[in-house]
Design a protein around this ligand. Structure first.
Ligand SMILES: Cc1cc2nc3c(=O)[nH]c(=O)nc-3n(C[C@H](O)[C@H](O)[C@H](O)COP(=O)(O)O)c2cc1C
Length: 350
């Protein structure tokens, strides 16, 4: 019988040829301050599509230049970005991959090289961010919608909203960083208002067919219980695909406890728990290295998709090799940080 990892799955009319995902990963050092796609981006994604990956989620592209996480981040804040993004889409489609793009605003995490006025839902615990006014929140909401419309124009099969890793949308959803008392703060539904409004806007403009709305969320924002509630709200709001990663941590809140015999880390564990609590497809991710490990997750129906991040950076043929039971070039887990955060060419694995 065929390994379930290589069985196709259809979401919103898009036939995804297998369950392997390349998660969004900024290709640092390639875009300039204008956020335009370069030939290196096109080649980078084309190689992974050629390598057999089912779903490619292109790296975080910023919806507003003042909300970038670095000055070399890809942009989707202007129509000028569309032709380059379309070239990535065409290159991936040519080799049979379904391709989405992550749309993003860094909020408080925008560095001084990007803005001297980083914004946040609330100025918490000595952070110097400017508290967003309701008008500014509405403007950011509009930027997300415009970014999704540009993604559709560029031919993407869908978008993924970046609601994890402490960036703006997770700053809103987390009780640790959102202390607002207006309609954008308070209980979880209110803290999720910005994200839910954006999802509603995109659905309204782009309809219910042929365009995937994904959401990358923190499984622990700040607890797994909150993660489950967030996932349910997203499902109710019409999200098609949930991608469970890490949220905002706090030294006083213990990380979700992983059962003793569970062979993966707590981030993957959160994804598998959330997978049981929603009926839409779920992607799990983090430190899943080999084809056997990935297959274990899919065969045991712990999730619908496995995302292989750094593995795809070291070896563009990760998926094809897993299919052929060959060993991919190994990610060597560089410390303190993956070399691709600086210059990918220095990756010792490839
Ligand atoms: C160089 C690099 C860039 C990344 N950029 C993004 C990004 O743009 N958006 C995002 O949500 N996560 C980003 N991540 C996190 C990955 O998507 C993934 O969650 C993480 O690498 C863990 O998965 P892995 O162990 O399979 O690599 C990045 C990771 C790396 C190594």
């Amino acid at each position: 019988m065929k390994n379930r990892m290589f069985l196709p799955i259809t979401i919103k009319g898009k036939n995804i040829r297998n369950r392997v995902v390349m998660p969004p990963m900024v290709y640092f050092g390639r875009a300039g301050n204008d956020g335009l796609v370069t030939q290196q981006h096109i080649d980078h994604y084309m190689a992974r599509a050629k390598g057999g990956t089912g779903l490619i989620i292109v790296e975080a592209a910023c919806v507003h230049p003042e909300g970038r996480l670095s000055s070399d981040q890809l942009g989707i804040w202007s129509d000028e970005h569309i032709p380059g993004l379309k070239a990535i889409v065409d290159a991936c489609h040519q080799y049979g991959a379904v391709v989405m793009i992550q749309i993003h605003h860094a909020g408080i995490k925008s560095p001084p090289s990007v803005t001297d006025r980083p914004v946040a839902p609330s100025p918490v615990d000595g952070n110097t961010a400017c508290e967003l006014t309701v008008e500014e929140i509405e403007e950011i909401r509009h930027c997300f919608l415009q970014a999704a419309l540009r993604a559709r124009k560029a031919g993407f099969d869908g978008i993924e909203l970046h609601g994890a890793h402490g960036y703006l949308l997770s700053q809103f959803s987390s009780s640790l960083t959102n202390q607002r008392t207006d309609e954008y703060g308070g209980d979880l539904v209110k803290r999720m208002k910005l994200a839910l409004d954006i999802i509603h806007d995109i659905r309204k403009e782009l309809g219910h067919k042929n365009f995937i709305i994904g959401y990358r969320m923190g499984g622990n924002d700040p607890t797994l219980d909150d993660g489950i509630k967030i996932a349910k709200l997203l499902e109710e709001a019409g999200v098609d695909l949930i991608h469970v990663s890490a949220g905002i941590t706090d030294p006083d809140i213990p990380l979700p406890e992983t059962p003793k015999n569970f062979p993966f880390n707590w981030i993957v564990y959160c994804g598998t728990v959330i997978n049981k609590r929603v009926s839409i497809p779920v992607i799990v991710v983090n430190n899943i290295k080999t084809g056997e490990e990935a297959a274990l997750i899919i065969e045991n129906r712990l999730a619908d998709f496995v995302a292989i991040g750094r593995g795809h950076l070291t070896d563009p043929d990760w998926t094809r090799k897993a299919m052929d039971k060959l060993e991919a070039l190994p990610c060597l887990d560089c410390k303190p940080r993956c070399r691709w955060f600086n210059v990918g060419d220095a990756c010792p694995g490839n």
